[in-house]
Design a binder for this molecule. Structure first.
Ligand code: OSB
Ligand code: MG
Length: 385
């Protein structure tokens, strides 16, 4: 196991600061499990600021939300696990090997790992993507799409799709749930016969719903994302053979072995890789490698990250094994303003976003906006308790 955290910093880890934040979303994202923004469309996160004794810093973002909706982690469990276990374990160390003593909490782990990797990348004068890619050829632009939440009506959805297509997004993902599925997808497909279109159920269905879901199978969807249970691989193995449309697993993939299991039992044909869901960059690289060698289409998922998390996702999306459009949209789809000084914009001609090329994460955090977002976190946390 020890080889799983092989990255070593020349200078030891001297300080780690946690910044819980709440940021107003430009557009809330309603999914089958609820609204990600919580009250007032404020998205919560924890930024991790790591400093090496040399003074070099790195940042990471923990994408756990207010509530255990997408996964069991929340901002408060992440703060607890980071503050009481992960951080005391790694302070003074040159690597993250001490994290082996602890299980679970992948989103908290990923945030710390990203902060460490971006500091090490800076120490080595490399962009994070070059450290991840070990010098292999990478893309300068990541191909991306946009994720659209559950809307009050089909007409409202069509209006948003039109806006997003006008902006230049070439792949549209629609959130579906029970009662917001077949009519919606049929209406959108008939309005836009040729666009790259997909649906994400976030585990809203069971195997008994196969006949209902079958009605999506002739709509030429790019994929159907996570139709069944958030822990399930087995039942997806019963569903996929009934479908022409590829099933993509999101929630239920946590390790490279989960991907191997999915392939072995035919539970899905595409992987949505969220580094936060799989516990960091090392496991992400393992999954990338399985997908690359097995020819499994792969894309990078999103969790409404600020510029910090988005920069890490873009670095991953630049790897050669990422072959489908990723859920990484332009800054103006999420925050106005974002926490980072850099703004990510969509290249409308090819539905891409430029991968940061600066050393480390390639973005810098605006201290004033960070402080305001921290105040907003404590205000919102006090209001709900
Ligand atoms: O299932 O991919 C998902 C956001 C929060 C929780 C789950 C999901 C999502 C998204 C957001 O789809 C995609 C993005 O960040 O643009
Ligand atoms: Mg998903």
């Amino acid at each position: 196991m020890a080889e799983s955290y092989p990255l070593r910093a020349e200078s030891p880890i001297s300080h780690i600061r946690l910044h819980p934040i709440a940021m107003p979303l430009v557009e809330n994202l309603v999914t089958s499990f609820g609204s990600d923004g919580g009250q007032d469309s404020l998205r919560a996160a924890v930024l991790v600021e790591l400093e090496l004794a040399s003074g070099i810093t790195g940042w990471g973002e923990c994408v756990a939300s207010w509530a255990p909706g997408y996964s069991y982690e929340t901002t408060e469990t992440a703060l607890h696990v980071l503050r009481d276990f992960f951080i005391p374990g790694v302070l003074g160390q040159h690597d993250l090997g001490k994290l082996h003593a602890f299980r679970g909490h992948p989103m908290a782990r990923m945030a710390l790992e990203t902060a460490f990797w971006s500091a090490v990348a800076t120490e080595r004068n490399l962009a994070l993507g070059d450290l991840l890619g070990s010098g292999a050829p990478r893309k300068g632009r990541a191909t991306v799409g946009v994720s659209i939440g559950i809307q009050p009506s089909i007409d409202a959805t069509l209006a948003i799709i039109e806006k997003r297509l006008d902006e230049g997004y070439q792949r549209i993902k629609l959130k579906i749930k029970r009662g917001w599925d077949v009519d919606l997808m049929r209406a959108v497909r008939s309005a836009y016969p040729d666009i790259m279109l997909m649906a994400d159920a976030n585990s809203a269905y069971t195997l008994d719903d196969a006949p209902l879901l079958k009605q999506l199978d002739d709509l030429n969807l790019l994929m159907i994302e996570q139709p069944l249970g958030y822990l399930d691989i087995y039942q997806h193995g019963k569903l996929q053979p009934q479908f022409q449309t590829p099933i993509c697993l999101d929630e239920s993939i946590h390790t490279a072995d989960d991907v191997r299991l999915m392939l072995q039992i035919g539970a899905g044909r595409i992987i949505n890789l969220k580094p936060a869901r799989v516990g960091g960059l090392i496991e992400s690289l393992k999954i990338h490698e399985v997908c690359r060698t097995e020819g499994v289409p792969l894309w990078i998922g999103g969790m409404l990250e600020t510029g910090v998390g988005r920069a890490a996702n873009l670095a991953l999306a630049s790897l050669s094994g990422v072959t489908l459009p990723s859920d990484i949209s332009a800054t103006n789809r999420y925050y106005d303003p974002d926490l980072t000084e850099e703004v990510f914009t969509l290249n409308a001609e090819d539905s891409t976003i430029d991968v940061p090329q600066g050393i480390g994460l390639g973005v810098s955090v605006d201290r004033e906006r960070l402080a305001a977002a921290e105040v907003a976190y404590y205000k919102a946390a006090a209001a709900v308790s």
